[in-house]
Write a new protein. Structure first.
Lengths: 115, 111
């Protein structure tokens, strides 16, 4: 079956702009989570959604927002981009319906460069 | 909050055994997972330990001791393709069940 699909794969923005990233989970997976990955910082948790509800949010400023649609697809938005937002943004989906850790299936990520 | 500690780098030769330790500080611990990420690739799931003990999956094994807040990933019969970053991850009540990853261990396999 198809894996987690993230679009776009690469994008370049300038400071002050905003960006929207998209994630299509594996069919049947209702849980979607987002992570920011930067060198030396590892994977930092951004959000987690289940059935269109945000279950959890990481320690990021309000410029970072997200949502999940009825078909489980998810988007995240970063407004007023800063240079420090340059990172690989990873989306993961899971079949889990509770807070068990289980197995996450990651997409290839969207690499954002802010100039 | 919670913290996870794992070594930043490990280098070994083909055929060797490597153990990557992960210690965590948390309460309401749920379980420990391990992920592998090759350069430029997506993280992929390797193993999950919810209970104490050893889980074996082919050349890779993972161990958990809840009483010691400690786990490890054991890579046996190392191959060049095992050169990658390895992340431990925990979810716990103390962090409102957010999934927390360690900073990752870069494993380099030499011929």
């Amino acid at each position: 079956k198809a894996g987690v699909t993230q679009t776009p794969r690469y994008l370049i923005k300038t400071r002050g702009q905003q960006v929207t990233l998209s994630c299509s989970p594996i069919s049947g997976h209702r849980s979607v989570s987002w992570y920011q990955q930067t060198p030396g910082q590892g994977l930092q948790f951004l959000f987690e959604y289940f059935s269109e509800t945000q279950r959890n949010k990481g320690n990021f400023p309000g410029r970072f927002s997200g949502r999940q649609f009825s078909n489980s697809r998810s988007e995240m938005n970063v407004s007023t981009l800063e240079l420090g937002d340059s990172a690989l943004y990873l989306c993961a989906s899971s079949i889990l319906t509770d807070r068990g850790i289980g197995e996450l299936f990651f997409g290839e990520g969207s690499r954002l460069t802010v100039l | 909050g919670q913290s996870l500690e794992q070594p930043s780098e490990v280098t070994a030769v083909e055929g060797a055994i490597v153990q990557i330790n992960c210690t965590y500080q948390t309460s309401g611990f749920y379980g420990l997972s391990w992920y592998q990420q090759h350069d430029g690739g997506a993280p992929t799931f390797l193993s999950y330990n919810g209970l104490d003990g050893l889980e074996e999956t082919g050349r890779f094994s993972s161990f958990l001791s809840r009483s010691d807040s400690y786990g490890y990933l054991l890579l046996q019969e190392l191959q060049m393709k095992d050169s990658a970053s390895y992340f431990c991850a925990v979810r716990a009540l103390s962090n409102d069940y957010k999934l927390s990853f360690g900073a990752g261990t870069t494993v380099t396999v030499r011929a």
